[in-house]
Design a protein around this ligand. Structure first.
Ligand SMILES: N[C@@H](CCC(=O)N[C@@H](CS)C(=O)NCC(=O)O)C(=O)O
Length: 219
């Protein structure tokens, strides 16, 4: 538990949504800093000092800045062990937890992005072997139990539930029942429902604001 208020740099309907749900699930003490990516907020000099890549999410914990969704999730979940979403250092699930969190950023995302842009990278060169191998490995893990690490939910499920919701929606992963059922199970949690409802409103307001200034139309 930390007494310090965290700041989540966030834009609706982005990878930051996942971290917002996770912070809610953790019962974290945090403030949301809402950015309008469509209006160019993420390219402002102030924001580029926080994340030079101009991307959300980013998390601030006092002087500490954390970027990259997986790092933020691991960091935040470790801050709130009482939420029981982090397998601790002596928990036998710890290795699998780290494995599947790293797998998301190092294998799943690059595989999905390359697939979306029809970029065929030879298996020996791609850090993830092949798109199909990544999908099969993930499906095999999810088939074993209701949650990624077994019968008990962890921060990894908040992460993967959100990722599969988006990627299924855009047809970026196969519509295998194991993915659909898992995504539905995780996204039915009240935390997801609350955040998704709120960000639909935020997103509409941001689109209207960006259109008003002509930025969205020009980009
Ligand atoms: N590897 C980064 C990716 C972050 C990312 O791509 N964020 C997107 C939103 S989903 C973004 O900020 N896009 C805004 C832009 O590029 O203007 C992470 O996992 O946090």
């Amino acid at each position: 538990m930390t007494d310090q208020k965290l700041v989540l740099h966030y834009a609706p309907r982005s990878r930051a949504s996942t971290l917002r749900v996770l912070l809610d699930e953790l019962g974290a003490n945090y403030e949301l800093k809402v950015h309008n990516a469509k209006a160019g907020d993420l390219q402002s000099p102030e924001y580029l000092k926080i994340n030079p890549l101009g991307k959300v999410p980013a998390l601030q914990d006092g002087e500490t800045v954390i970027t990259e969704s997986v790092a933020i999730a691991l960091y935040a979940a470790d801050l709130y062990p009482e939420a029981e979403l982090t397998p601790g250092l002596s928990d036998p699930r710890r290795g699998a937890y780290l494995r599947w969190m790293a797998f998301y950023a190092a294998s799943f995302e690059p595989a999905v992005v390359n697939k979306a842009f029809n970029t065929d990278i030879p298996q020996q060169i791609a850090p993830y072997c092949s798109y199909h191998a990544v999908m099969k490995a993930l499906a095999a893990q999810l088939e074993k139990a209701p949650y990624l690490l077994g019968d008990q939910i962890s921060a990894a499920d908040i992460f993967w539930g959100s990722a599969l919701r988006w990627t299924l929606m855009f047809g970026l992963v196969p519509d295998w029942p194991v993915f659909i059922e898992y995504a539905e199970r995780i996204n039915a949690r009240p935390s997801f429902e609350r955040v998704l409802e709120d960000e639909a409103v935020l997103n509409a307001a941001q689109e209207a604001a960006a259109n008003l200034t002509g930025i969205a139309a020009a980009s």
